[in-house]
Design a binder for this molecule. Structure first.
Ligand code: ATP
Length: 539
């Protein structure tokens, strides 16, 4: 089991992550990426952008895809017209209810599905124990609910059992964190307060209520409202996807678990537009492709799962949603935290921005009406449907949305990379070494160049190699201290290759390359170093 404390301490010590505004005591839920962290996160976003958008070949259908398709990108603003959030549903629905206990000072949020007030501290652990009498449903129903909270895989359902009128999972018990609605402690609770998770801000110096806007809580809506612009300005035809990477903001009540739940974070989102008849096939394609992307970059087997939502968990408009989840070390064993959600969203978003906010209770969905009988939140009135040039059919496209978090991704790759193994020191004695086994594409520094000693012309040769490599990738030059110690520093930074210039280099024009993970060393001609490393780093 990896220790989160050790990972957090390495991140700070080596400059991956710092607490924001640390010299003033920090600010909860905000994190700064240091010199190594910024490279890692940038590499992750670049890999996503390349693999999903710019490197995509629209002429050839990728393996398992229902057919060829196009991908384009967008970069939208963080502050948008307030009506966007009314039609998307975020204005009415993106909120938590919370109460504070005057005595214990604990804060509780209302869990809609559990139907209970739950300690905020419990949020990411998804632990709860409840009694049969409370739920008043059959065992299957209890299982279904529990699976949702625990985010269990199907095969784990058997772990659930009913004993002593309580539903238990293994030995977990956090009854003290769950308040029954009629609990006596309610007397000591403040009145429930509704709390919208969107950060509010005001436009202009004299802004009143009408000038209230929000920092976007997701990047997706910028894509939906630009759907027609993209169609009209580029030659894309359905099926196609629009991708965007950018900051999102959520006023999480208890940000926690390092960067996992932050108030400011980055998302990498795709909205993939397709014909309704083909949408299920595209949903399956994106679900599997996104899972494969994480494994290709180094997240492994048991640590990574795809959790398909049960029918009852799905949003009213969705025919399928799956979460890609990772076994973060801060979670109890057997539990997973969401890295990315892949959702089939039907035509809900485009239709809402056309017609106004749709009413989840009506099928087919109708525009939601306010108390005055008029539309509660008016849409743009723009026609966001699509006309197929060949068949001349007009339809509102269905959408498949793979929505990933760049910070959660970076954190998962950091956790996965953290390794302690044994390696010989300068004297050949085996020592514990800390090494970040990051995939070369993600590694902040691709190679470090060392002269073995600071004399005999070795630094000059090493500096020349450094200068050449620097034009192609992020490299680091180090001539200070024993070479063994220089290797260790690069191991902790996750640098996959170290190049050493030694006495032989001066005569035969070769250098040693050392592989971070296998510790193997081999010699390469100096004038082949660049091409050799470029191949290895892009591998
Ligand atoms: P959670 O249930 O954990 O709050 P969510 O289901 O609300 O997440 P989405 O709205 O689907 O998340 O957002 C897509 C992705 O954005 C998530 O899979 C996650 O990677 C990232 N994300 C969402 N909220 C946060 C946050 N507070 N901090 C960091 N990343 C986040």
């Amino acid at each position: 089991m990896k220790s989160m404390d050790k990972i957090v301490s390495l991140c700070k010590r080596r400059g991956f992550l710092f607490q924001s505004s640390e010299i003033y005591g920090g600010i909860q839920g905000f994190w700064d990426y240091g010199p190594l962290g910024v490279e890692l996160k940038r590499n992750l976003k670049d890999a996503w952008w390349h693999d999903m958008i710019s490197g995509h070949n629209e002429l050839v259908a990728p393996a398992a895809a229902p057919g060829p398709f196009e991908m384009v990108g967008l970069d939208c603003t963080i502050i948008m017209h307030p009506q966007v959030w009314k039609c998307s549903g975020h204005y009415d629905l993106f909120h938590d209810h919370m109460v504070d206990c005057r005595e214990t000072k604990k804060r509780y949020r209302f869990d809609q599905v559990r139907g209970r007030w739950v300690d905020y501290a419990d949020r990411d652990q998804k632990i709860f124990v409840t009694t049969m009498a409370d739920i008043e449903t059959e065992l299957d129903e209890v299982r279904r609910r529990a699976m949702k909270f625990f985010k269990l895989r199907n095969k784990d359902a058997d772990k659930l059992s009913i004993a002593n009128e309580s539903l238990t999972i293994d030995k977990l018990d956090s009854t003290q964190n769950v308040l029954a609605p009629d609990a006596k402690t309610l007397d000591t609770l403040t009145e429930p307060r509704e709390f919208n998770l969107m950060f509010k801000t005001t436009l202009g110096a004299l802004g009143g209520e009408d000038d209230t806007t929000f920092l976007r809580p997701e990047t997706a809506q910028g894509i939906f409202v630009n759907f027609k612009n993209v169609l009209d300005s580029s030659r894309v035809r359905i099926p196609f996807g629009i991708g965007q990477v950018g900051k999102s903001f959520r006023n999480e009540i208890t940000p926690r678990n390092f960067t996992f739940r932050s108030r400011e974070f980055e998302q990498m989102e795709i909205e993939f537009f397709c014909h309704p008849d083909e949408s299920q096939a595209w949903y399956r394609y994106w679900r599997d492709r996104r899972l494969a992307w994480y494994t290709q970059l180094g997240l492994s087997g048991e640590s990574l799962i795809m959790r398909e939502h049960h029918q009852e968990e799905l949003a009213h408009y969705s025919v399928g949603t799956a979460d890609i989840e990772y076994a973060f070390p801060f979670l109890p064993e057997g539990e997973y935290g969401e890295l990315e959600g892949i959702a089939h969203r039907g035509d809900f978003d485009l239709r809402s921005h056309m017609e106004g906010k749709l009413n989840p209770a009506t099928q087919p969905m109708e525009v939601e009406l306010g108390e005055d009988g008029k539309p509660k939140h008016r849409g743009s009135g723009r026609d966001l449907s699509y006309r197929d040039e060949v068949t001349n059919n007009k339809f509102v496209p269905h959408v498949v949305e793979p929505s990933a978090g760049a910070d959660r991704g970076a954190l998962a790759f950091l956790c996965e990379a953290y390794t302690e193994d044994e390696a010989p020191d300068e004297k050949g004695n085996m020592q514990t070494r800390t090494v970040m086994k990051l995939h070369p594409r993600l590694a902040p520094i691709k190679a470090a160049v060392f002269p073995l000693v600071k004399k005999d012309g070795m630094p000059e040769v090493a500096q020349e190699i450094y200068g050449e490599l620097k034009q192609h990738m992020n490299v680091f030059y180090d001539e200070k201290g024993a070479v063994g110690r220089r290797y260790r520093r690069q191991d902790e930074a996750g640098t996959p290759f170290c190049i050493t210039v030694d006495t032989e280099s001066l005569s035969d024009k070769t250098v040693t390359i050392r592989d971070r993970d296998s510790l193997k060393q081999w010699r390469v001609k100096i004038d082949e170093v660049v091409s050799d490393l470029r191949t290895r780093v892009n591998a």
